[in-house]
Design a protein around this ligand. Structure first.
Ligand code: ZN
Ligand code: ZN
Length: 331
């Protein structure tokens, strides 16, 4: 008999380098089974980079992962978040409370605060963008219904005690980690670079498997910002990447290149989709992704495609034609 029950994911901890531990924490998302928090030795405790998502029982997963490497929440001397997405920030409040430590994060975290404090307004805005992009009413209604059933993945808002901007340094036993602002995936995104050991804590900016996602609607050109951030991280010449999901990986510059190539490919696909006529964004999505929209990917892919169209607009290659729906044509 085949056991159809999915394997229950639990928090797991493992040492990656002397003084560096990977804490792998489960996520409830299809296709993204877990995320990483990274503990780095610092004096008599650790700096914790990222937190995992908040959900019923989630703190126990973090405690279990810490316990496997002989650490406890009380050892956390500082929480550093690479960005304000729920899987990287969601448990910041209970960790900070348990450890009595500070939280450092980039100041552009309004995208998270607004959606936490007013999820209905965030959803309404997202639905309006989708409607304007040509998504029909019935799938929108179903999406809204499913969305309302999901929690924010964030326990509570805790404001950063210190703003993680260029020039800030996080001290650890492995040496200082320099903050590099890397917006694109999220406006609040930073990477942390340890130059002597050539280590990079990359959050979701750089993952072992190329996976593009941009927060839409907070900054003028997320895809362009992401490309600039890739340039910036590429120049660091890191040797080992500790990313927000998946195993650590080497060949950091190869991963930078692969991201750049996929962005370029999708930009060209968006440009050629509007080459033979005015089209709403919803019709551009399948050409960018090579697949039709589904309920599971619609919001992600539509936002991503809009980011490409707006990048083409900013670089003089596309024009937006206001209307219901809004359409796009070659400039
Ligand atoms: Zn993220
Ligand atoms: Zn993530």
């Amino acid at each position: 008999m085949v056991d159809a029950t999915p394997r229950r994911e639990v928090g797991r901890g493992e040492r990656v380098l002397p003084g560096v531990w990977r804490l792998r924490l489960p996520l409830p998302w299809p296709g993204v089974p877990h995320c990483n928090a990274w503990a780095v030795a610092a004096g008599d405790g650790v700096v914790l980079f990222d937190t995992g998502m908040h959900a019923p029982g989630s703190l126990a997963h973090l405690e279990r992962a810490l316990d496997q490497v002989n650490l406890r929440l009380e050892h956390v001397r500082l929480v550093v978040c690479t960005h304000a997405h729920s899987d990287h920030y969601g448990q910041a409040a209970p960790i900070v409370a348990a450890a009595g430590c500070e939280l450092w994060m980039h100041p552009n975290h309004e995208h998270m605060v607004r959606s936490f404090e007013d999820p209905e307004a965030t959803l309404a805005r997202r639905l309006e963008v989708a409607r304007q992009s040509g998504v029909p009413a019935e799938p929108l209604r179903r999406y809204a219904e499913a969305r309302r059933g999901q929690g924010p993945g964030i326990a509570q808002i805790v404001a950063p005690h210190r703003e993680l901007v260029d020039g800030v340094v996080v001290e650890t036993d492995l040496g200082p980690w320099a903050v590099h602002e890397t917006p694109g995936h999220a406006p609040s995104h930073v990477c942390l670079h340890q130059p002597d050991r050539r280590l990079l804590i990359s959050g979701d900016h750089l993952l072992g498997r190329v996976s593009l996602y941009y927060d839409y609607g907070w900054t003028p050109d997320p895809a362009g910002e992401f490309l600039d951030s890739l340039d910036r991280v590429g120049r660091l010449d890191a040797r080992l990447c500790l990313s927000g999901h998946g195993r650590p990986f080497t060949d950091v510059s190869g991963h930078v290149e692969a991201n750049r190539a996929l962005v370029a490919e999708r930009l060209e696909a968006a440009a050629s989709a509007i080459a033979d006529g005015r089209r709403p964004a919803v019709e551009v999505v399948p050409e960018v992704h090579g697949q039709a929209l589904s309920a599971a990917n619609a919001s992600w892919w539509l936002s991503e495609t809009l980011c490409y169209l707006e990048h083409l607009e900013r670089t003089g290659r596309a024009r937006r034609i206001p209307g219901e729906p809004e359409r796009w044509e070659v400039a």
